[in-house]
Design a protein around this ligand. Structure first.
Ligand code: AMP
Ligand code: TRP
Length: 315
């Protein structure tokens, strides 16, 4: 790692099309940080396995998610982009961490409770999810984990797991810090709730211009204030409040005009990324992932040698 640079690690599940909530909540800061820091970005396919059971869909999602990272501007020549299943040290360290935390502790995870409340099967992988995520982070001596607000507790869990390990076996794993952008911690969806695949309220990053327009037209408008709050909340991500003021002043109550303006602004903003996405081939993606896996493996395997030594399985 270059001297003085921070190690940044983050992950995204290949579990469906990414949306503007993912972009403004997390991915945009990945791009910005990748220009300054020592960044590692992981497509966490084993995490996705807790919910995606269709091999063809998983394969396609891995390709699409990686393509997304390349298209938004992460450059594999100065950041590491790889998929989790290519570096088996992740599941290996996860096991060790699982032996250090209690079932009670894992039962307190909000993400687990929310997923089960939404009707997802409470499989043991879903339950242990935070320790696999902790392993992802801890293998690389990570300083900073840029994520959306919903992942704050998971990073706390990684810190706690590192602390437990160090207490048991001596200083081995670095305790990471989360980085959450307050102003876009939760991007609202077309219904005003948190934008999320599972709420069907998303605006896709890489859909067509028609897809954007269709999603925007479906925004639930509330007529309580002077301007449609949900439309404005999304519009603010693409233009400054000063730029938007005259538009919203001139079109009070004209929701259709405001929505069309929003769709046009989104499409203009995303056009260069969409063009880049369309130009990327599956081979480009596979090449980037292979290159990233080799670099990640080199770091992770070194860390695991130290871990195995410290826990007493290396003779
Ligand atoms: P996921 O699709 O759940 O793997 O999320 C990938 C990243 O996007 C995580 O860092 C999330 O915190 C972030 N994220 C997802 N939905 C939103 C949202 N509506 N607002 C802000 N960040 C989000
Ligand atoms: N749990 C994260 C999410 O759903 C994805 C993730 C897995 C992750 N491992 C990670 C994020 C490590 C940051 C660091 O968004």
């Amino acid at each position: 790692m270059a001297e003085g640079k921070k190690r940044v690690f983050s992950g995204v599940q290949p579990s469906g099309a990414l949306h503007i909530g993912n972009y403004f909540g997390a991915l945009k800061q990945w791009v910005e940080m990748s220009q300054e820091d020592d960044c590692i970005f992981c497509v966490v396919d084993y995490h996705a396995l807790t919910t995606v059971k269709d091999p063809a869909a998983l394969r396609q999602n891995i390709l699409d998610t990686t393509k997304t990272l390349l298209a938004i501007g992460i450059d594999p020549s100065n950041s590491i982009i790889f998929k989790q299943s290519d570096v088996s040290e992740h599941t290996e360290l996860a096991w060790m961490l699982e032996t250090l935390v209690t079932v009670k502790f894992l039962e307190l995870a909000h993400a687990y409770k929310d997923k089960v409340a939404k009707g997802l099967e409470a499989n043991a992988g879903l339950f242990n999810y935070p320790m696999l995520m902790a392993a992802d982070i801890l293998l690389y001596d990570t300083d900073i984990v840029p994520v959306g607000a919903d992942q704050r507790q998971h990073v706390e869990y990684a810190r706690e797991a590192a602390n437990k390990f160090n207490l048991a076996y001596g200083q081995t794993l670095k305790e990471p810090q989360e980085k959450i952008r307050d102003e876009v911690a939760v991007v609202p969806g077309t219904d005003g709730q948190k934008m999320s695949k599972s709420y069907k309220n998303t605006i896709p990053l890489f859909g067509s211009e028609e897809d954007t327009l269709k999603a925007i037209m479906s925004i639930v408008t509330d007529s309580s204030g002077e301007r449609p709050a949900h439309v404005y909340a999304i519009h603010k991500l693409f233009k400054s409040e000063e730029e938007l003021a005259p538009l919203y002043e001139a079109n009070k109550g004209s929701y259709k005009i405001l929505k069309e303006a929003l769709a046009a602004d989104i499409n203009a903003y995303l056009a260069p990324m969409r063009a880049k996405y369309a130009a990327l081939t599956d081979d480009d993606v596979k090449k980037a992932l292979a290159q990233g896996a080799a670099k990640a493996k080199a770091i992770a395997s070194k860390k695991m040698e130290e871990v195995r030594q410290n826990i007493g399985v290396s003779l």
